[in-house]
Design a binder for this molecule. Sequence first.
Ligand SMILES: [Zn+2]
Length: 147
Amino acid sequence: MFYMRDKRAIIIKDKKLRRIRDSFRDIFFQAIRLERKKLREQRRKLMFTIDGVRLSVDDLSFDNLRQFRGLQDREDLLSNKVRRSILMCVTCGKGDRDMVYNKAYGAWYCTECYGLERLTALERAKLKEVSESCDEQAIREHSKTFL
Ligand SMILES: [Zn+2]
């Protein structure tokens, strides 16, 4: 069912192997949580003076503000990479599932969400294309990646 070009399904039937997969994902999530915490703490340190006075972003020096924004960018990049990785479904966020990669969208879906997206895409493909808003066109283009 999922052996289409640009689509890759990773389906594990064996219960022991599923547990091992889930354990590896848990280890990755723990490592990611630690990295996020480290970045948050670095950012938080910038927000206090040596005397413990809390600063606002507007109070930061140019260098500290640049460092603060760099840390935020790293957190955002990390979050985005995790969200689109095989560690979790980009739609429902569950990590203990078999996954399907949608190359056109650059993200992994659990088989359940992928199936729902595909059903919706098949239904949408039957509809006659009429004049659509930009949002409707974006939805239709996204939907086509599941066909
Ligand atoms: Zn899902």
